[in-house]
Design a protein around this ligand. Structure first.
Ligand SMILES: [Zn+2]
Length: 262
């Protein structure tokens, strides 16, 4: 029988969002008014950050209560247009109870380069984070953004948003926020080792299997298996490029055909 989840109160959720907002801002995971945070307080309700406000300077009265369909239930300010991503995570993955969106500089650089974070080099990253795919680019604020992340919400714990930033989620706000911290830390280590030192020793398949079993004992079933070639769901950088080339070829073919058939 499924265990009933006990949600935190409205007050706790609003205070926690402010606290996490300060951390996200003080760690330079966002600049100015960037980023957004949300916490579910019921099966169909959540509190989220308002638009146009710095995450470092929020108070509980600024928060907005919404339902999973995007209707505002409480609050004087407007929610961010990026809340659509949060709603989509909750719709796709009922286990997710909190979502954090930020633009951490190193992680976002990987997102700009279209490089997914999946190299098995850090035990902590394998256990706490798993593989982090890159979702296709989508214009911020549009419906394309939630559509671009939808394929990853159930099987992973985080996703890179191409040329934009990152999104993490968890069974509570601490897990969602720690995943953002772990993500930036992992991206930084990978940048130093892989892209500056040009040397990163990958963990063996046996070592990875051991870490996966630790992860499962912690009740984490998501994150994919970070052995290159095993988990085909991951959209790797070369795969992303292949996909882009494919779509370009298709567009060119369509144009040529249009001209020929004129
Ligand atoms: Zn953003």
């Amino acid at each position: 029988m499924a265990v009933q989840y006990t949600y935190i109160s409205d007050r706790e959720a609003k205070e926690l969002i402010c606290e996490i907002g300060k951390r996200v801002y003080n760690k330079s995971f966002v600049a100015a008014n960037d980023g957004n945070i949300s916490i579910k307080v019921g099966d169909h309700e959540l509190w989220t950050t308002p638009t146009g406000v710095s995450k470092g300077f929020m108070n509980p009265e600024m928060m907005v209560k919404m339902d999973l369909s995007g209707n505002v239930l409480e609050g004087n300010l407007k929610p961010s247009s990026e809340v659509k991503m949060h709603l989509r995570v909750y719709q796709e993955n009922p286990e997710a109870k909190a979502v954090v969106h930020a633009h951490p500089p190193v992680t976002t650089s990987f997102a700009i380069a279209g490089i997914s974070l999946e190299k098995p080099v850090s035990p902590e990253a394998i256990v706490l984070l798993g593989k982090v795919p890159v979702a296709q680019y989508a214009t911020p604020g549009t419906q394309e953004v939630p559509d671009s992340i939808a394929p990853y919400c159930r099987d992973y714990n985080a996703v890179l948003l191409a040329n934009h930033g990152a999104l993490t989620w968890g069974r509570d706000i601490t897990e969602a926020y720690f995943r953002m911290e772990s993500l930036e830390h992992y991206a930084l280590m990978l940048m130093y080792s892989d892209h500056i030192m040009h040397k990163s020793n990958e963990l063996s398949t046996g070592q990875i299997a051991e870490l996966i079993s630790i992860r499962e004992k912690m009740g984490i079933k998501t994150g994919g298996i970070p052995v290159p070639g095993i988990d085909k769901k991951i959209r790797t950088a070369p795969g992303l490029q292949e996909e882009m080339i494919e779509s370009i070829v298709q567009k060119v073919t369509e144009e040529v055909l249009k001209n020929v058939l004129k």
